[in-house]
Design a protein around this ligand. Structure first.
Ligand code: ARG
Length: 585
């Protein structure tokens, strides 16, 4: 289904085509959603853009375009200021939109013209290291972007690039052999692995000889020692089990879990390829990728300024001791994703602190002929109420599982206040939906690049820009239908829009299909989050101003259609954020 914005764009483009001018490639026939309703519902500045092509006064161009557009029943238009065209959609066209939307299971959201193979690399926790609140941002943002991209019609592959290889395994294997608590491992695998990792890290700081022992375990593992390989495998397995418990709670899943270790065998041939291509050379015993010398030093990720001069900042792809690292694996990962999945795009949803790593990775990939569009979808830090990075009372990074538990506990108090009469089982399910929904919504409603304060009380409050506010709005839409005696059949219903409250809500509903594609422009789920808040507010104002059940005939049916659509869009939008919408609260 085409959006109203899309229809106006189409008509405008057709009118421009009749002018017979050669427009530069990529010329955008922009029709924007008006920020100020006094200027209508949509606005275009295209007449001003055409001024230099036609050598005419933009107001004149605008009126010529309007004449040719044939707006018909869709909208009225006027010309403002230097040549803006303002469109005001007619009530009959809004009604037509409602009729279309009620029969559309895509809720007015168009499918993209060109579907792409998009690989989303997100979450990526490290075995035996804490999956902390930093990973929560990646997990929640990555999951939501994947859901939106899929719904818009892209072919999405999600991949959890877990850190299941690397130097930490020297310490873990040493700890496993010397201090493992089997019962604890059974009960809480992630915690136990983390405990031994932390304990050994502390020991290493005190005692150099332990460090040496850990290193020896690592060398044995890398050399293929059977015992160590067995321990490694068990660590990875129990870790995955533990992680899956968290992902289940979050309702997040992946198509693949190709962790770092998956690429081990591809690394030696990759080294040969990089050398043969001339992209890597030896330096002090290590194999390194240097600058391609095509960029300004300032833009070049392989250069850094030291003592007022530009020096090389190579990427080490094979250490002097023969070992490989994170960066090397990521180059192999790109090759694999191009070959196996024909990726048109790869999105890396990873902490902003890894920006340099990704700039280097993208640069070397491009130099190796990769045309896939790669994007580092970065995010900032989660802060405590003191404005400093969030920590537990002991000064550790909070564990994701604990954060979820806290949020659920906090939402129980809200539920006790509001819905103490519900059966216990339902209350518990509600607490989960609200608690986890709150954590997700807080994350997704912020601009991902900014830091935000983690404030449990605010997050689970029923009032404010929160998940429970939206969940409760959904419940309110639904509850209207519970009060009805009869089933309403919308299949042949025809809306009639006359009231300003109805127009406002319809305008918001029609906007769903217009704003959703924008989420992918700059990978911003917060666009969807803000939209849903606006929709909910619009629904509440409508409900205040326009009696539904007390009205009659056409008006009543139209208003019921609007309630029904509001509930559908709220539920669907929340689902794209990965948030559940319970029917009762
Ligand atoms: N394991 C990494 C970390 O915790 C994240 C992995 C991101 N993905 C990637 N392909 N590098 O920092």
């Amino acid at each position: 289904m085409i959006t109203i914005q899309g229809k106006l764009q189409e008509k405008l483009a057709q009118a421009i085509a009749t002018l017979g001018i050669d427009l530069p490639e990529g010329f955008q026939v922009g029709v924007a959603i008006s920020q100020d309703l006094r200027f209508g519902d949509y606005q275009s500045n295209v007449a001003m853009m055409l001024k230099k092509h036609l050598g005419k006064n933009p107001r004149e161009i605008a009126s010529e375009l309007l004449e040719k557009m044939g707006l018909g029943e869709l909208a009225t238009a006027d010309i403002a200021g230097p040549g803006f065209i303002n469109f005001k959609v007619n009530q009959s066209a809004w009604a037509e939109k409602v009729n279309e939307l009620i029969g559309d299971d895509r809720l007015g959201v168009p499918v993209v013209d060109a579907s792409q193979n998009i690989v989303v690399d997100f979450s990526g926790p490290n075995v035996a290291k804490p999956m902390h609140v930093g990973h929560i941002r990646s997990t929640i943002i990555g999951d939501s972007l994947s859901r939106v991209a899929k719904f818009l019609g892209h072919n999405v592959t999600t991949d959890n690039h877990i850190g299941d290889w690397g130097t930490q395994f020297g310490m873990i294997i040493y700890g496993w052999k010397n201090m493992l608590d089997e019962a604890a491992l059974e009960a809480q695998p992630l915690q136990e692995l983390l405990r031994i990792y932390r304990a050994v890290t502390a020991l290493c700081k005190e005692d150099e000889s332990i460090k040496g022992l850990c290193k020896a375990e690592l060398v044995k593992l890398q050399g293929g020692d059977a015992e160590n390989a067995g321990i490694w495998e068990k660590c990875v397995d129990v870790s995955k089990l533990g992680l899956n418990v968290i992902y289940d709670r979050l309702d997040v899943s992946f198509d693949h879990w190709y962790g770092e270790s998956f690429y081990n065998e591809m690394l030696p041939p990759l080294m040969e390829a990089l050398q043969a291509e001339g992209h890597a050379r030896e330096s002090n015993g290590a194999l390194c990728v240097f600058s391609g010398d095509e960029l300004e030093p300032k833009q070049d990720p392989f250069k850094e300024k030291r003592d007022d001069a530009w020096s090389d900042l190579p990427m080490i792809v094979r250490k002097a001791d023969g070992g490989y690292g994170y960066a090397t694996t990521d180059i192999a990962t790109v090759d694999f994703r191009l070959k196996e999945w024909k990726a048109d795009k790869i999105w890396y949803v990873v902490d902003a602190r890894q920006a340099l790593h990704f700039r280097q990775l993208f640069d070397i990939s491009a130099r190796r002929g990769c045309e896939t569009e790669m994007e580092h979808i970065a995010f900032g830090t989660i802060l405590g109420k003191d404005g400093k990075p969030l920590k537990t009372r002991d000064g550790d990074l909070p564990q994701l599982g604990d954060v979820l538990d806290d949020a659920i506990a906090q939402s129980r108090t809200v539920i006790e206040e509001k819905s103490s009469d519900l059966p216990d089982e339902e209350k518990e399910a509600l607490a989960e939906a609200i608690g986890i929904g709150s954590v997700k919504f807080t994350e997704l409603s912020h601009n991902r690049n900014s830091d935000y304060v983690f404030d449990l009380e605010k997050m689970v409050a029923l009032q404010g820009d929160t998940a429970p506010y939206l969940q409760n709005s959904y419940v309110r839409c639904k509850s209207i239908f519970r009060k009805l005696e009869e089933e309403v059949d919308f299949s042949s219903a025809s809306a009639k829009i006359t009231d300003e409250g109805e127009v406002s809500l319809t305008r918001m509903l029609a906007r769903y299909g217009e704003i959703l594609p924008n989420v992918l422009d700059d990978s911003r789920p917060n666009i969807l989050a803000s939209y849903l808040l606006e929709l909910a507010r619009s629904f509440h104002s409508f409900y205040e101003a326009c009696p539904v059940l007390k009205s009659e005939g056409e008006t009543r049916l139209t208003r019921l259609m609007l309630c029904e659509l509001s509930s559908r869009v709220l539920k669907h939008g929340l689902s794209l954020l990965g948030i559940k919408a319970p029917d009762r609260m």
